[in-house]
Design a protein around this ligand. Structure first.
Ligand code: SF4
Length: 258
């Protein structure tokens, strides 16, 4: 199992990055990760992510915000993936790494560490040395959206990045934990378009939901639903650390990590 601590230098967008073309041209995950950071395909999200990065939150005013699309994080041969929604304005849009630097990430990385999927219980910056074991974290929308709400058009515009990421992970990927109903719907659409056979009726999202997709060659991909690690869910106890650890533990076992 390859263990990778993937950090990313700011991209120099060489020419125009167009999601479908640029994602399709990436032949490795590091290439894809580099390419996505130069994307400016959604005017509203580009404007928002850069405005937030310029204005900053008072607590982070001395820091340089990433202010770009956030690539997936984790090794290229992951057998387990986590899919969220989109970067947080002062979290991943600040640090440049998925779920890093905010309260949601604190909860998630603590649980990943507890079940043996991460090398450390805290995730503060892209340079903190944290590693994921057999696990990759990604999202269907790569730029921080206002109010955490991308439009359907923005989700669709961004989908080639996720589609290509899953294509490149396909040889090793066995299980996906989907954090929240938004990611569940978005991922099912991407996987169906990518040739995976989605059961009918379409599997519904729920905490503890499980769905098995098959490809024409008979390979299986298991999706597990988990409430999103948003503050709204964790502060209210809708999602407890025990619930999160239970889902991640099941996923780890099913994916054969460790
Ligand atoms: S949301 Fe996706 S498609 Fe839109 S600008 Fe960001 S990376 Fe590009």
């Amino acid at each position: 199992m390859t263990v990778v601590n993937e950090t990313h230098s700011p991209a120099s967008a060489k020419g125009r990055v167009e999601p479908t073309t640029s994602a399709g041209e990436a032949s490795t995950l590091p290439e894809l990760d580099e390419a996505v950071t130069g994307c400016r395909a959604c005017p509203r999200l580009v404007s928002w992510r850069e405005r937030v990065a310029e204005e900053k939150r008072a607590a982070f005013r001395d820091q340089e915000y990433w202010g770009r699309p956030v690539p997936g994080f984790g090794p290229s041969d992951a057998s387990l993936a986590l899919v969220g929604l989109a970067p947080a304005a002062h979290g991943a849009n600040r640090t440049g790494r998925m779920f890093t630097g905010d309260r949601s990430g604190e909860v998630l990385y603590r649980a990943l560490f507890d079940v043996g999927l991460a090398s450390a219980p805290h995730s503060e910056s892209a340079g903190d040395g944290l590693r994921l074991y057999g696990t990759r974290i990604t999202a269907p929308v790569r730029c921080a959206p206002p109010a955490n709400k991308p439009t359907p058009a923005e989700r669709d515009t961004c989908s080639p990045w996720l589609a290509r990421e899953f294509e490149l992970l396909r040889p090793t990927l066995r299980v996906v934990v989907v954090l929240g109903g938004y990611g569940w719907q978005a991922l099912l659409a991407v996987l169906a378009a990518g040739g995976w056979e989605v059961p009918r009726p379409k599997p519904r999202f729920g905490h503890g939901a499980r769905a098995t997709l098959r490809d024409p060659a008979g390979a299986e991909l298991v999706l597990l639903g988990c409430y999103h690690v948003s503050q709204q869910n964790t502060f209210t106890g809708r999602l407890t650390p025990e619930m999160l650890r239970a889902v991640l533990g099941r996923a780890k076992e099913a994916a054969g990590v460790g």
